[in-house]
Each structure stands twice: as structure tokens, then as C-alpha cells.
Write a protein that binds this ligand. Structure first.
Ligand code: SF4
Length: 111
């Protein structure tokens, strides 16, 4: 068998495996009662329209902020959910769910 695999295929696979693993990890953490808000998955890509997903990608939304001082729960666009410490919503994402421990490039606080 002399089947060649293109460089592009190898690179795509290299990206798909960590992304798929991250999604599965996030889903497994969903609904857990650990009390750790950064472990929750609030934004399920399978439940979004392509436009919603595009906005999140453009603003580089992440369920876990790389900077503990800049998290969604401290952002002016965030609205807390009904459950303390649970998923909230974001005005930038037309009221769709975000993680209180998440972050995106539009993080903002009025001084
Ligand atoms: S604008 Fe970004 S940082 Fe602010 S609540 Fe929405 S997703 Fe979080």
C-alpha cells in the first residue's frame, strides 16, 4: 500500500485531536457539582448557529480565562444566571451563555 498523506492532512489532524479532546473534557465536566466554575462548559458549539459560533471564534472566547483578573463575571457585558456560580449570559453574544470564569477579547470594565 503506497498511500501518501499530505502535510495539510497531518496538520489538520494535529489540530483536531486537541480540540476534540478539549470539547470532550468540557462536556464531561458539565453538570459536575465540583463548585469550580472554570470547569463548567457553558457554550456548547453543537447548540449554536454558525453566526454565533463565528462571533465567539472572532472574539476568541474561551471557557477558562488565561487571566484570573479578567473573567466574564467581572465584565460589563456579563449577566449572572439564576444559579449562583452557574453559567451567565453575555450581551456581546446576544444573550447566549458564557462561563463566569471565561474570557474573550471584548472583556471590558468601566473605570
Ligand atoms: S464580552 Fe467577552 S469577557 Fe465579557 S462577558 Fe462576554 S464573553 Fe465574557
Amino acid at each position: 500500500m503506497d498511500k501518501k498523506i499530505s502535510r495539510r492532512t497531518v496538520l489538520l489532524r494535529a489540530v483536531q485531536i486537541p480540540v476534540g479532546g478539549s470539547i470532550l473534557f468540557g462536556l464531561s465536566a458539565c453538570g459536575s457539582d465540583s463548585g469550580n466554575s472554570t470547569a463548567m462548559l457553558c457554550a456548547d458549539p453543537s447548540q449554536m448557529t454558525s453566526a454565533q459560533e463565528s462571533v465567539r471564534r472572532t472574539l476568541r472566547y474561551t471557557e477558562v480565562s488565561p487571566d484570573p483578573a479578567k473573567v466574564c463575571s467581572g465584565c460589563d457585558f456579563f449577566h449572572a444566571g439564576s444559579e449562583a456560580g452557574g453559567c451567565g449570559t453575555c450581551e456581546m453574544f446576544t444573550g447566549n451563555p458564557v462561563n463566569p470564569g471565561g474570557y474573550c477579547d471584548s472583556w471590558s470594565v468601566d473605570a
